[in-house]
Design a binder for this molecule. Structure first.
Ligand SMILES: [Zn+2]
Length: 344
């Protein structure tokens, strides 16, 4: 699809304008309502697109401007989940959150993001990527009082995700990405049913597919957890061999300032890699040379035509100024290495 070498992309979310939702916060409530909210979300989406374009990002997204949270906004639109009935669960085995309850069979009476995707498609001819939560991560962000089986619940979500993905593809989305941070935590479950559920979610799609596996947003629960992981983060070693064998086209992962041994990328050889070269857990804006260094190290293990410079994770919790700076750094760093490759 991409002819340009080292096409840049972001993992997903970008900060929202202050008039739409309180910034630098997850699950931030909307400041507008009804018709004003619909218009406000569209304006925010336009701005997010323009900021990516101004920075020279090649594969653009909606910056997740129309969703409050990457998981809950999707399930809000489904039948079978009660948002009034809340339970406190431990998410990613790491931090407690109040989550909605599965009370009956899961179904998707209407599309969730398809109108937003059409709106984005109408604004640009560039390749567009759309993120959906992965089945295992959804299961891990809910309390289940109906199926009483994480595996069966994941399977039900995979079916509705597949319906949504097919409509997003028809709306002109070029890459559909599933966010599966839970893949970095529950290795046995990935093996038993997580990857199977993800493959069910992409069944029959002709557009490209991606899975994003990271160490989470730059929030305190995640940065505290990272401190317990030691000097070498080998979590990816558990899932990369299986992903390499899977039908997923692109693997999106965290690399900048992480303790992931870079040689683990060899386990993905043959797949396209969206490589996180921007740290989303710090306000320090990378220099283009810092980005370039990360890309050069990755090129020892990823074929140049399969390397997509990207951010470690979403940038929703950052300030808009920092996020803009990081987009520019990503572009500039990729440009340095692109020139080096073309000069060879
Ligand atoms: Zn992430």
């Amino acid at each position: 699809m991409m002819k340009k070498l080292l096409p840049t992309a972001t993992a997903g979310s970008l900060p929202k304008p202050v008039w739409l939702a309180e910034p630098e916060k997850l699950w931030s409530p909307w400041k507008l309502a009804e018709e004003e909210l619909i218009e406000g979300k569209q304006d925010a989406l336009r701005i997010a697109l323009q900021e990516q374009q101004a920075a020279g990002i090649d594969i653009v997204s909606d910056g997740e401007q129309t969703r409050q949270h990457f998981v809950t906004t999707f399930i809000e639109h489904l039948d079978g989940v009660d948002f009034e009935k809340r339970q406190t669960v431990k998410i990613r085995d790491r931090y407690e959150a109040s989550v909605p309850t599965v009370v009956g069979p899961i179904s998707r009476p209407t599309s969730v993001f398809v109108e937003d995707a059409k709106f984005l498609r109408a604004q640009t001819d560039q390749p567009i990527k759309w993120a959906l939560p992965g089945p295992m991560t959804i299961v891990d962000t809910l309390y289940d009082d109906h199926y009483k089986s994480r595996e069966q619940l994941a399977w039900e979500f995979a079916k509705v995700l597949n319906q949504e993905a097919k409509e997003l593809e028809a709306a002109g989305v070029d890459i559909i990405q599933f966010d599966e941070p839970a893949f970095n935590v529950f290795f046995d479950e990935v093996n038993d049913w997580g990857l199977a559920a993800l493959e069910r979610a992409i069944e029959g799609l002709k557009c490209e597919t991606a899975v994003h596996i990271c160490y989470g947003y730059g929030i305190k629960a995640n940065t505290d957890w990272k401190k317990t992981l030691g000097s070498e983060w080998r979590q990816y070693e558990e899932v990369f061999p299986k992903l390499q064998q899977s039908n997923i086209d692109i693997i999106s992962l965290e690399c900048q300032n992480s303790h992931v041994p870079i040689e683990l990328l060899e386990l993905l050889r043959g797949k396209k890699v969206m490589l996180g070269a921007i740290d989303v857990a710090t306000n320090h804006i990378e220099t283009p040379e810092e980005v370039a260094n990360t890309l050069r190290r990755a090129l020892e293990f990823v074929d140049a035509d399969k390397l997509y410079p990207c951010t470690n994770c979403g940038m929703a919790p950052l300030s808009r100024e920092v996020a803009r700076g990081k987009l520019n750094a990503l572009s500039a760093g990729a440009a340095i290495v692109r020139e080096e490759l073309l000069a060879k």
